[in-house]
Design a protein around this ligand. Structure first.
Ligand SMILES: [Ca+2]
Length: 207
């Protein structure tokens, strides 16, 4: 009689873990792709012609149907401001208050160990109408050279998972951000090609 009970408990635990609520809307960028980068939830931070970088949709995907976001500086633009941090934000609401949460996404940078790109991602307090201005709750930077052993996408294995932990605080609302930073310590990067990365498969869940 004991064995069947243990099996049942194990199944229950795994199904609960699998169904943890993801508070991100359009987390796989599938709608973002279908609507060519227009979105009621994802906010693109860009000004390509102004040299601040370009953010748009891509057919590449980490999992399931087509869709990710491509962040890039285009080679066709005459001048770039590499202090700009182009990328995506989304205001997440309805989080359980004062709860330990995890924020993760999948990041693809095909430029290898010497890539000038770094992913800067994290969580901020929400300031209504003023994205990317709230106090930082948690932040991290990661380079593709550090992701050799990270979980990878199923459709495109260039995508590697990155994550950080944060506490949701009292309001139940946070802003998640995922931006490209460019390292210019060795001088301006070679811009004979577009400098691009992709982001996909976002998740915000209670721990
Ligand atoms: Ca996707």
């Amino acid at each position: 009689m004991i064995k069947p009970l243990l099996i049942a408990t194990g199944l229950l635990a795994s199904s609960l873990a699998f169904s943890a609520t993801n508070y991100v809307v359009d987390p796989q960028l599938t709608d973002y792709r279908s609507n060519k980068g227009k979105s009621p939830v994802w906010l693109s931070h860009e000004d390509s012609n102004g040299g601040l970088g370009d953010v748009g949709s891509s057919g590449d995907t980490a999992f399931d149907a087509k869709g990710s976001a491509r962040i890039r500086f285009k080679s066709s633009v005459p001048t770039h401001d590499f202090s700009s941090k182009p990328g995506l934000t989304q205001v997440i609401s309805g989080l359980p208050a004062n709860t330990d949460m995890s924020y993760s996404l999948y990041y693809c940078d095909k430029k290898g160990a010497e890539s000038p790109s770094t992913l800067y991602f994290g969580v901020r307090e929400v300031v209504e109408g003023a994205p990317l201005t709230g106090n930082v709750i948690a932040e991290s930077r990661v380079h593709t050279r550090d992701l050799g052993d990270a979980p990878m996408g199923e459709v495109k294995d260039c995508f590697r998972q990155v994550s950080l932990d944060f506490n949701s605080g009292a309001s139940g609302n946070v802003e998640i951000f995922s931006l490209m930073e460019v390292y210019i310590g060795d001088g301006e990067p070679n811009m004979t090609k577009d400098m691009e990365v992709r982001i996909d498969e976002f998740s915000v869940t209670a721990k």
